[in-house]
Design a protein around this ligand. Structure first.
Ligand code: ADP
Length: 450
């Protein structure tokens, strides 16, 4: 297939389209997975931070209800008071705090600030490391001057139902950034690898999809070549006959007998050519499934008529031709009578031609529950198993020289098969070299009982 430029290009286009579409779907899926995973991480972080913040808030608010307890609280929480800028630049670590130490090694900061957002006390990060912030909204994602990300929650601080400030707890998002960076890297490396695999499988699938098309293309190609070849032979013969007739006429020596011989040859070749064209037309019509003229045909009569009609041919070939009707009542079906005659006569004609002198050809009719069974059996030369596989192909001949003598172009069985298929039936052959062949046709019959 790849040797054919048209098919190679089409396969390439198909594969490219397929890989492109799959690549887009894959990209969108990757983006979706990234968003879902990032969202899940953030949710988990927010839940953890909220429970830490509530635990700290719950532990400090009762203490603050009593005046002067802020300093004691500062000691408990390792808070550094921001009386001047300088003493807030080296805050104590929150790592020893009972709540935040439970979630180590994540770094936390804690900040107490007034309603005007002035820091009162901090822990965890120095004042210059802390991101600038406002008390609202409750949740904030902040970036420090050094580019680090923090997630912060703000909770109000109240004394006797009077809010005086905020407790702000922040948590570093370094672990989240790390996880997301690893995920991005995996997706960025994984997507091209997946795309390469998709491209390879697209190429393979495009090849698979195009195989039957290529097969029928080849058959069409072969058919055209065979038809041209078959038409060329009688045309060439006619051409040479005409040329010799012209030469004889020029020499004026031709007598009537020789003219008659030439005209007979011309007539025979013309007949063969016309038959070939008729067969090709019939095949084309059957293939296009043009609705045939359907009438009720009695197969008993059909076989009887054909055996009678072809008796002279059988006598000439010294072959015994008989009909065996295994059913008493008529077997009928709705179909194209002309085509059904052609089907059975092709089989009988082939059988007579393939049977040597003193051989026998038997045409039988039987029926099963839903099918009429026509069999044409001969005691002829038989067909070898390899030829049996191709015998219904167009222009296929088992013995080309012999077929040429008998005038066949290898279309008889192809036409028989097309007719059987147009009548929803089946045809098959059983044969043994030197012993003979049996062609069996099954056609659905109909009952016309009143
Ligand atoms: P054609 O129209 O040339 O006879 P067919 O399509 O009818 O071609 O048959 C195809 C080939 O099968 C021919 O070469 C023919 O000789 C062979 N064939 C058909 N029927 C028989 C048979 N009953 N016994 C042996 N060979 C057969």
């Amino acid at each position: 297939m790849d040797q054919n430029r048209l098919f190679h290009q089409t396969r390439l286009q198909l594969a490219t389209w397929y890989a492109g579409v799959m690549g887009c779907i894959l990209g969108l899926c990757g983006l979706g997975v990234y968003q879902v995973v990032a969202h899940a991480y953030r949710e988990t972080i927010d839940q953890g931070l909220e429970s830490v913040a509530h635990a700290i808030h719950g532990s400090i608010e009762p203490t603050l209800q009593q005046p002067g307890q802020l300093r004691q609280l500062a000691q408990q929480l390792s808070l550094e008071f921001c009386q001047t800028q300088a003493n807030c630049l080296t805050p104590r670590s929150l790592a020893n705090h009972p709540v935040t130490s439970a979630v180590a090694p994540v770094s936390y900061y804690l900040r107490l600030s007034s309603l005007s957002n002035t820091p009162i006390a901090i822990a965890g990060l120095s004042l210059d490391q802390l991101p600038l912030t406002t008390a609202s909204p409750r949740w904030l994602t902040l970036t420090t001057v050094s580019g680090k990300h923090f997630r912060q929650i703000s909770l109000p601080l109240q004394v006797k139902d009077q809010q005086w400030g905020y407790l702000q707890i922040g948590r570093s998002l370094a672990d989240l950034d790390q996880h997301l960076a690893a995920l991005r890297l995996t997706l960025l490396l994984g997507c091209p690898v997946a795309l390469v695999l998709i491209s390879l499988s697209s190429w393979w699938l495009a090849g698979l999809a195009m195989r039957p098309i290529y097969h029928s293309y080849e058959q069409m190609h072969q058919f055209t070549a065979d038809a041209a070849h078959e038409l060329r032979t009688p045309l060439a013969a006619m051409q040479s006959t005409i040329e010799s007739a012209l030469l004889q006429a020029q020499a004026a020596t031709a007598d009537v007998i020789s003219e008659n011989t030439l005209l007979t040859t011309l007539k025979r070749q013309n007949l063969r050519l016309s038959q070939l064209v008729r067969d090709l037309l019939l095949l084309a019509r059957l293939e296009r499934q043009e609705p045939p003229k359907h009438t009720v045909c009695c197969l008993n009569d059909l076989i009887h008529d054909l055996v009678e009609e072809l008796a002279s041919l059988a006598i000439a070939a010294q072959v015994k031709l008989t009909a065996q009707l295994h059913v008493c009542e008529p077997i009928s079906l709705t179909g194209n009578e002309e085509q059904l005659y052609r089907l059975v006569s092709n089989l009988i004609d082939n059988a007579i031609k393939a049977t040597p002198i003193n051989g026998e050809v038997v045409v039988s009719l039987d029926r099963s529950e839903s099918y009429a069974i026509i069999q044409v059996h001969d005691t002829g030369i038989g067909i070898d198993p390899e030829a049996q596989r191709h015998i219904f192909d167009r222009f296929y001949r088992t013995q080309v020289d012999r077929s040429r003598q008998t005038g066949g172009a290898g279309l008889g069985l192809a036409i028989a098969l097309a007719i059987v298929q147009a009548h929803q039936g089946s045809i098959h052959v059983q044969s043994q070299i030197g012993k003979g062949s049996t062609f069996t046709v099954q056609l659905p019959w109909v009952s016309f009982k009143a």
